[in-house]
Each structure stands twice: as C-alpha cells, then as structure tokens.
Design a binder for this molecule. Sequence first.
Ligand SMILES: Nc1ncnc2c1ncn2[C@@H]1O[C@H](COP(=O)(O)OP(=O)(O)OP(=O)(O)O)[C@@H](O)[C@H]1O
Length: 347
Amino acid sequence: MPDLTLTSLAKRFGENTVLENLDLHVRDGEFFTLLGPSGCGKSTTLTSIAGLHTPDRGTIAFGDRVVFDAGRVDVAPERRNCGVVFQSYAVWPHLSVHDNVAYPLKLRRVGRSARAARVREVLDLVELGPYGKRYPHELSGGQQQRVALARALAHPPDLLLLDEPFSNLDAKLRERARDWLRRLQRRIGVTTVFVTHDQDEALSMSDRIVVLDAGRVRQIGTPEEIYHAPADEFVADFVGTVNVLPGRAAGGTVRLDGVGTPLVVGSAPDGDVRLAIRPERILVRSTDDEGPNTVRVKVRSRAFLGDHYRYVVGLGDHNLVVRSLAPVDQDSEMIVELPPDAIRVFS
Ligand SMILES: Nc1ncnc2c1ncn2[C@@H]1O[C@H](COP(=O)(O)OP(=O)(O)OP(=O)(O)O)[C@@H](O)[C@H]1O
C-alpha cells in the first residue's frame, strides 16, 4: 500500500483561508486521523486527497505517484483509486446490497463472474455475507454503513478515506463499529485517513492523530503522545479534560494565585505561565505528608458517575476538577497531590 504525502497544501474559499501550508505524511498501512473542531478543514483535506476539491497550492502524492501538483497535475478522482465513505454517502436505496457493492466493479468493466466473486468476498469481509439480496431499507444504520464500506473496498483502493462514517449511529453501535473497523483495517492493511471531531473515536482507533486548528497543524503524534504530552493548551483542552491554572514560574516551581506553597513542576520557563493537569492525574490522599505538591482543598461539589466521582475543589483562587474513586463528602476537606510528572506548563 502506498504512503501519502501532502506538501504545503493551501486552500481558500473566497476570503476564508481553510488550509494553510499543510504538511502531512501518512505511513504505509497506517490508520491516521484528522481531528479538530468543526470548520478546521478536516473534510477539505480529505476531499482534496480524493480529488473532489482542488487546492490552490501544494502537492499530493500517493507513494511515488503525484496525483496533484497545483497548476501542473490534477489526476481525476476516479483515477486516484481512493475508497471513500462519507457520513452522508448513503447507499443507493433502489439497488440491492449486492448491486450496490458491484457498482464500482461494473464501472470498471469487471466481468460478471469475477464481479460476483469479489462482491461475495467483500460482503464476507464486512460480515454481511448473507445480506446480498436485501435492500438498504431492510438493514440497520450500522449495516448500511458497512455496505458503503464494502462498496469503497470492492475495487481494492490504494487509500481508504473515511469522513465521520459513524456519526449517524447511536453511541453503543458506534463503539462496536469502531472496534470492528479497526480490526478490519489491520487485517487488510490499507492506508487509511479518518476524519472525526470526536476525541474518543480518535484516541481509540488511530495509529497517529493530527490535531488541526483553523487549517494548521497543532500536533501530530500517537494517541498517547497527544493525550499525555499535548504540545500546547489548545491540544490539551481539545483532547480530554484538563484543568488550566495561571501562575508564575521560577526555578522549576510554579506559584498559583492564592496558594501558599509553590508547586514543583520540573522544567518551566520563568515568568507568567499556565499550568495544566488532567483530573484523573490528581491523587486524593489520606494524609498531607506523602509527597511533594500536596495541598489541602475544600470540596465544592461532588457528582457520582458510576465508575468514579467527579469533584470540583477550591485551590487558591481557582476551581480544580478531580476525578477519583475515593468517596469524600461535599463541603469537607480533601488532600490532593499534583504529581510533578502529571503537570504540563505552557508559557
Ligand atoms: N464548498 C465550499 N464553499 C465555501 N466554503 C466552504 C466549502 N467547503 C467548506 N467550506 C468552509 O471551509 C471551512 C472548513 O470546512 P471543512 O468542512 O473542511 O471543516 P471540517 O473541519 O471538516 O468541519 P466539520 O467537522 O464541521 O465537518 C469551513 O469554514 C467551511 O464553511
């Protein structure tokens, strides 16, 4: 399978700059996710790869094959050999499942018996083997998306491009569909670009994620890198929940407004900073002499969420969200530890 390289890709719609010098490299066989808020340019990137939008500048290459080079090369969508599934890419209601999946093969003039064999193969692949004769209205939403996927895979694509394919499914089905798609993608090894604005989906499925903001790359990394070592406050805030507190750094410590003892943070540039820590990295202690950065706080609110408690506690002049299994009463005191290795400091 080819890798995919986007170089200096730029796209404007009128006055609106949607992509600005976008550089991306998706490795051979990788499941690569474009993650970012609505309007950040994820779909525009995907449709540019598919050839459905024409960028203003830059190049797109599948392996050694340049499919787009602004002003010079612009390979037609049907010749790029991408399998595409969109959220709204409904299957054709008047065609049976078999005929939906056979359609791209028919377009490519694949003979009748080879076509039937391939349709059987991909329907088995998406676990819809017995459903060939049904019509879309006789299938669930999840099954219809699997038909769309089978259609995208019927003529083996060089790249699989998926734009929020699960957003019409309910939460339970969506979770099942994620697991299932990830296993299938690993099995067939097709280089895949996946678009979502859902951080859970991105974290649970991807080999690597790019976080986009207003057409620019904020960070590229594995799910663990993006979650545990966000490059900046935008990424920390967009992926997961984070407490962000203003303070002043000096000599590897940060003094928060209204908190007596400075917190040890490891390395940080001296001056005004913002300290970030995830709620689940804050430890609830029974005594306050167990480690550095142990602070006595007041529980302002408590919510029981089944598998954990979510507390809002007062830390100096700020509210801090804490996630813990430990039951502590509302309005009582709590001792929390902010481990230095759980703290990120942004200037
Ligand atoms: N055909 C178009 N004409 C004009 N503007 C467009 C067009 N397509 C997209 N845009 C604009 O480009 C920007 C990026 O859109 P895009 O669909 O790529 O974002 P996105 O990150 O996929 O968002 P979402 O998650 O909401 O789908 C938006 O401001 C959008 O309004």
